[in-house]
Design a protein around this ligand. Structure first.
Ligand code: HBI
Ligand code: FE
Length: 296
């Protein structure tokens, strides 16, 4: 992904004012006092509809993290207050950025247990449409999971690994692992499949699609398989990959990916929706959602 300087007028800043990062690490002040009533109201709308949907769908760690953090319906959360709690629990901080930042800047933050969160919030007329991660996706979706020690270590390892993968020219492979875990991962709980991926947990429509719709496949997570699997950035996923428990991410954090990069480099890639003979398929999807779209 290539970061572009934001051009829209956001968070009360004049166009252009927000467009240029003042610091080399792209962080900016959150400027919490500058959020308008309208911006807090958008947060509230998103928070309330997502909170109705998530009981019985989000994993226990997400629910617990949300409970322990100062994240509520009334106001966009203050990053400094979040960081105080996170720091005590898992050593993470939340820092404000204007939107997408360059890959190496993103990895450098993660490697140092700083989570870059978009400081702006989407417009009231585009609640389900996002070009760049905003404060709702980043704080509601990602931050509760950072209270979990396994995810906390895993995301840091992704930052360290990202810098290395970039040098090796294999970032596309590693980015898929992040995509199908941190962003769109499902986890097996005693009661059934649950969401831990932030891209799902922060999306009203994908929360329902990922768990309740007959269309997508739910496949047991396999590292090499996922490294070879392309993903959709513009629509719901065709397959979701399921881990047995969050500690599986800790194992991933410890693995040396270098031999896997070498092995997968020459191998064919898999389309987002393909199901392989070697897959452990938990739910075979009907594929009807994407088939109907392709027919148009
Ligand atoms: N920047 N703010 C932000 N958030 C992201 O999730 C992000 C990013 N820059 C690059 C990036 N993600 C990805 O393309 C990398 O994970 C590969
Ligand atoms: Fe994200």
């Amino acid at each position: 992904m290539q970061a572009q300087a934001p051009t829209q007028t956001r968070h009360g800043l004049a166009a252009g004012e927000a467009g240029r990062p003042a610091r080399a690490d792209w962080t900016i002040p959150q400027d919490w006092a500058r959020y308008t009533a309208t911006e807090h109201a958008v947060w509230k709308t998103l928070f309330e509809r997502q909170s109705r949907l998530l009981p019985g769908r989000a994993c226990d760690a997400f629910v617990q993290g949300m409970r322990d953090l100062p994240i509520g319906p009334e106001q966009i959360p203050d990053f400094e207050r979040l960081s105080e709690i996170l720091m005590a629990r898992t050593g993470w901080q939340v820092v404000a950025v204007p939107g997408l930042v360059p890959d190496e800047v993103f990895f450098e933050h993660l490697a140092n247990r700083r989570f870059p969160a978009g400081h702006f919030i989407r417009q009231p007329h585009e609640l389900d449409y996002l070009e760049e991660p905003d404060v709702f996706h980043d704080v509601f979706g990602h931050v509760p999971m950072l209270m979990n020690p396994a995810i906390a270590d895993y995301i840091q390892a992704y930052g360290v690994g990202g810098l290395r993968a970039q040098q090796l020219g294999v970032l596309d492979k590693l980015a898929r692992v992040y995509w199908y875990t941190v962003e769109f991962g499902l986890v097996q709980q005693a009661e059934g499949l649950r969401i831990y991926g932030a891209g799902i947990a922060s999306s009203y429509t994908e929360t329902v699609f990922a768990l309740d719709d007959p269309s997508p496949n739910r496949i047991a997570f396999d590292l090499e398989r996922v490294m070879r699997t392309r993903y959709r950035i513009d629509d719901f996923q065709e397959s979701y990959f399921v881990i047995d428990d969050l500690d599986q991410l800790l194992e991933l954090a410890r693995i040396d990916f270098a031999p896997l990069y070498a092995r997968t480099q020459g191998q064919a890639e898999h389309a987002p929706g393909s199901v392989l003979a070697s897959d452990r398929v938990l739910v075979r999807g009907t594929g009807t959602y994407h088939a109907a779209k392709n027919a148009k």
